[in-house]
Design a protein around this ligand. Structure first.
Ligand SMILES: CC(C)(COP(=O)(O)OP(=O)(O)OC[C@H]1O[C@@H](n2cnc3c(N)ncnc32)[C@H](O)[C@@H]1O)[C@@H](O)C(=O)NCCC(=O)NCCS
Ligand SMILES: Nc1ncnc2c1ncn2[C@@H]1O[C@H](COP(=O)(O)OP(=O)(O)OP(=O)(O)O)[C@@H](O)[C@H]1O
Length: 205
């Protein structure tokens, strides 16, 4: 099995890259999705969030009011650290379970927004970083997700900068161009991953 960590800032294009790698045969594990599952109604994760942040972060139907919690935590590093302390161990646990369940010859791509921030590079055989300038992050978050500039900048400020991320990268995908360019870049990265998986599978000596 080849374990690939995929990371990048918010709106850099990690999901776009992960979808293209999945289409070529990678097994993709999405940490954002695991984080959402960890706080679904009825979970111990959601109960812990309510204990920490109060019932004001729940919608009338008992599910988490994600925009409301986002407003709180991205305005205050201490509150964000408290949320991370609840959610990140649950994501780590689930992620290890999925890693163990993957077929032995799989190329498993972990889409992990906070790989650098949480010092997780050592868990993977290879780290791929999706890189774009902050202005491109802001533009795509505004155009595609309707996220205001202030909100987007608060999240970017809660994440590592480009340099720190690039410092742990084995491969960097520049996603400042169009989607056609991204297709080509991901195809080239996939070839490298297949090569690397083949090399890893060869018996030593
Ligand atoms: C605060 C929450 C409820 C806001 O939910 P919302 O639906 O608006 O955002 P979503 O979860 O889809 O995240 C979107 C992006 O925000 C950024 N982001 C999310 N959490 C964090 C964080 N703790 N620190 C820095 N950036 C973050 C990431 O780039 C992520 O891809 C949610 O992000 C959350 O529970 N965060 C804590 C868990 C976490 O760290 N998840 C991300 C990786 S495991
Ligand atoms: N090369 C590109 N050209 C134009 N739009 C793009 C490109 N790459 C990604 N996008 C768009 O930008 C937005 C952000 O991309 P994506 O969701 O893949 O980022 P992400 O890194 O997964 O974000 P998050 O950290 O929030 O999970 C999406 O709407 C996506 O379709």
């Amino acid at each position: 099995m080849l374990k690939v960590g995929l990371t990048g800032g918010i709106g850099s294009g990690k999901s776009a890259v992960a979808a293209r790698l999945a289409a070529r045969g990678a097994v993709v594990v999405d940490a954002d999705r695991l984080a959402r599952e960890a706080v679904e109604p009825g979970t111990p994760g959601l109960a812990a969030v309510v204990t920490e942040f109060g019932p004001g972060v729940l919608r009338p139907d008992g599910s988490l009011d994600r925009p409301a919690l986002g407003e709180i935590v991205f305005a205050d590093p201490e509150r964000l650290a408290a949320l991370n302390a609840i959610v990140h161990p649950l994501v780590g646990e689930r992620s290890r379970e999925l890693m163990e369940a993957a077929p032995p010859d799989a190329i498993v791509v972990y889409d992990v927004p906070l790989l650098v921030e949480n010092d997780l590079a050592g868990l993977y055989d290879l780290v791929v970083v999706v890189d774009v300038p902050v202005e491109v992050q802001l533009r795509r978050l505004a155009d595609d997700r309707g996220m205001g500039e202030e909100q987007a900048r608060a999240r970017i400020a809660a994440q590592a900068g480009r340099e720190r991320r690039r410092a742990v990268a084995d491969l960097v995908i520049d996603n400042s161009g169009g989607l056609d360019e991204l297709d080509e870049r991901v195809a080239a990265v996939w070839e490298r991953l297949v090569e690397r998986a083949g090399a890893g599978a060869r018996p030593a000596g």
